[in-house]
Design a protein around this ligand. Structure first.
Ligand code: ADP
Ligand code: MG
Length: 667
């Protein structure tokens, strides 16, 4: 059994570096580097070739190829083949190195495209050893410069021919139940498919294994957590109600339900691990504030963590005003504080002189020591890496945890994807909101957009303009924030002020701009997506998004959630010349759950990877949407296994138990 990559024939130091770039560092990595798609090569019917047909055709070489060179390093090789039925000219580019392989009369298989008018084949590949006449399934791998898919295939082929072991995880009774076969065979089959049905069986095995292990891990974590003893609190619900009565508005039905759940979680002994998912503007912040209040009533410190400084400051301001009439001590901790200010906060925190600390990831720094941390709330949960989250968790004994997520996903998926948490969804929007009117415009219709902007500015409303950011490396024809500002100022410079906000500005600059916008000293904020999460400016009634095709539907939906935050009619204009059908979904609904469902339908699991941290949930083969049924089975099976009496003792589950232990040590 070979265990080192470098020992595999065909892998030298150079190839090794390239493989490393692909994330292939071990022999196992190589074996589990699966093709991302397959090409089925079926012999063409030589009697029925049509213009532009993709064809695979056998013939005998009639002449020694003719090679001509052009351009910098390009070449064109042509030769004639005889199929026994017809004679064709074959042209292939940049394969001059193949010329010496040709002998007159030898059989070849030509793969390419048919040009009927010239009785010519433009070949993409030539096989000298004839392909077997039955259909050939070719694995296609993701590669990087320096290696082709075919070269990688060869290397994997050699690796497969060595004697190798694979660790089996799926318990034998499940293998039998689904007739999955052997893992080793599946691994070989996926790299060297022998037939469509065998390939299907192999991918089924490997997908099921991935999803089964994922669900097992999730359920395992959940089980352990549900056993975790958290803080025991006694809080009088009347006091909570009294506090809610001081808020500037009555809670919506779903807000009330979430609060009740949180109250239950906090006052029972189990550790809370709850996700609140709700559309932008659905009012998750207030729910968080009430949770912090309950936590305060039980004499613990609480933290609220935001993904950006802007948001942290905004939360700080709104919490200060909402908690004004209480004697709760709130502080803000961000990276930009002076060292002496930070020190002061650390000291007061340790002395229990601060009740609620709001901040960015600065809350994680090693210097931060809490007196008695009881509640950790993470706003826009998906913005944080798993490690950051857990390092914060480690700061208290077992603080209760609340996540807020503005990416609502359909309940069916949420239950599965967030299986390790309890979930509350906020569907109802605060009353009095008008639906945002969303329009889709082409670049050529910019005048309509400017007219609408003018109308809003005249009414003294404010506008967001979103322009995708140009990275230094990406000098494409995208609208740049600065270009957009010029345009905007040309149109409206006389009647109002505009300003730019982007991620490369210093925190101080960003804060200044944001403050001015919040105070209505600026009417038009031209921004990259830094404003995406959370920002709350009630007087903003219009959003214009350039190049909107660049964004996912859920992301656009989040962006437009910045407007429509009061009882005024608000507008969102999506400007794009491309993908208008996809974007039109947003003109038809304002319901984030529906948008996310549609996004999901169109892009598979793509956006959900953004929802949960990608590291949490990277699947090699499986696709959550396409393989949803497998996922459901995997969930059921994993629960059953975990609940089985002999899970902790049976020798057969040793591999799985080890894997689970590893999972909890890093989560
Ligand atoms: P998000 O869920 O996107 O974080 P916020 O918590 O920022 O939403 O709330 C959006 C706006 O709605 C805020 O201005 C907030 O004060 C207001 N709001 C929240 N709940 C209610 C309610 N029950 N009635 C009226 N306005 C509300
Ligand atoms: Mg929010």
């Amino acid at each position: 059994m070979t265990s080192n990559l470098i020992d595999v024939k065909g892998i030298g130091p150079k190839t090794l570096t390239i493989l490393n770039k692909l994330g292939i560092n071990t022999y196992q990595d190589l074996l589990f580097y699966y093709p991302f798609r397959f090409e089925v090569i079926v012999r063409s019917d030589v009697k029925q070739l049509d213009q532009d047909d993709h064809i695979v055709i056998d013939g005998h070489v009639e002449n020694i190829p003719n090679v001509s060179f052009f351009g910098k390093r390009k070449n064109r090789m042509s030769f004639i083949i005889n199929t026994g039925y017809n004679i064709y000219n074959v042209v292939i580019f940049n394969r001059a190195f193949l010329k010496n392989n040709f002998r007159i009369g030898m059989p070849v298989t030509v793969i390419g495209k048919y040009d009927k008018k010239h009785s010519m084949i433009v070949a993409s590949d030539i096989k000298f050893s004839l392909l077997p006449s039955k259909p050939v399934i070719e694995p296609i791998y993701h590669v990087t410069s320096g290696i082709s898919s075919a070269q990688l295939q060869k290397i994997i082929d050699i690796a497969l021919n060595n004697d190798f072991d694979v660790t089996e995880y799926i318990p034998p009774y499940l293998i039998d139940k689904y007739k999955l076969g052997a893992k080793k065979e599946a691994v070989i089959e996926i790299h060297k498919p022998t037939s469509q049905s065998n390939l299907k069986k192999a991918t089924n095995y490997l997908k099921y294994e991935e999803l089964f292990l994922f669900m097992l891990k999730m359920n395992y974590l959940r089980q352990r957590r549900s056993g975790a003893i958290g803080l025991k609190r006694t809080v009088d619900y009347d006091k909570v109600k009294a506090f809610i009565a001081t808020l500037p508005f009555p809670l919506t039905e779903d807000q009330t339900k979430s609060v009740e759940k949180i109250y239950d979680d906090l006052t029972n002994e189990k550790q809370m691990n709850r996700l609140i998912q709700g559309d932008v503007g659905s009012g998750k912040t207030i729910v968080a504030v009430i949770a912090l209040y309950i936590n305060y009533l039980s004499h613990y410190q609480g933290v609220l963590m935001a993904p950006t400084e802007i948001l942290a400051v905004q939360h700080y301001d709104s919490l200060k005003s909402l908690l004004e009439h209480t004697d709760i001590k709130i502080e803000l901790l961000t990276g930009k504080l002076k060292a002496s200010e930070k020190k002061d906060i650390y000291k007061r925190l340790a002395n229990n002189d601060i009740d609620i600390l709001i901040g960015t990831h600065a809350l994680f720094s090693d210097d931060v020591i809490y007196h008695n941390l009881g509640l950790v709330i993470t706003d826009e949960q998906h913005r944080f890496g798993v490690n950051q989250r857990s390092s914060l968790k480690n700061k208290g004994t077992t603080p209760d945890i609340l996540y807020l997520s503005a990416t609502p996903i359909p309940r069916t998926y949420a239950i599965v994807l967030y299986g390790d948490m309890d979930i509350s969804s906020i569907h109802t929007m605060p009353r009095g909101r008008k639906e945002i009117i969303t329009l889709l415009k082409k670049n050529s219709e910019i005048k309509d957009v400017l007219d609408l902007m003018y109308q809003e500015l005249k009414a003294h409303h404010q506008i967001y303009v979103i322009a995708p950011l140009i990275e230094e490396s990406d000098k494409s024809d995208l609208e740049n924030v600065y270009e957009v500002k010029e345009k905007i100022d040309r149109a409206f410079g006389k009647i109002c002020k505009s300003a730019i906000l982007h991620g490369k500005m210093s925190t101080k600059e960003k804060d200044e701009v944001m403050k001015k916008y919040q105070n209505n000293e600026i009417s038009i904020l031209i921004s990259t997506t830094v404003i995406e999460v959370g920002v709350d400016v009630k007087n903003a009634t219009m959003m214009v998004i350039f190049d909107s095709y660049r964004f996912g539907l859920s992301q656009l939906h989040q962006l437009r959630g910045r407007v429509g935050r009061n009882d005024l009619q608000s507008y969102c204009v999506l400007i794009s010349d491309r993908e208008t059908e996809r974007l039109s979904v947003l003109t038809k609904t304002n319901d984030g759950f529906k948008v996310s469902e549609e996004d999901f339908r169109l892009r598979g699991s793509g956006d959900l990877f953004g929802t949960r941290q990608s590291g949490d949930m990277h699947f090699n083969l499986a696709n959550i949407k396409q393989d949803f049924n497998i996922l459901l089975k995997a969930r059921e099976d994993s629960e059953e296994l975990l609940n089985s009496k002999d899970f902790t003792t049976n020798e057969e589950y040793q591999n799985i138990r080890e894997l689970m232990e590893k999972a909890i040590s890093i989560s």
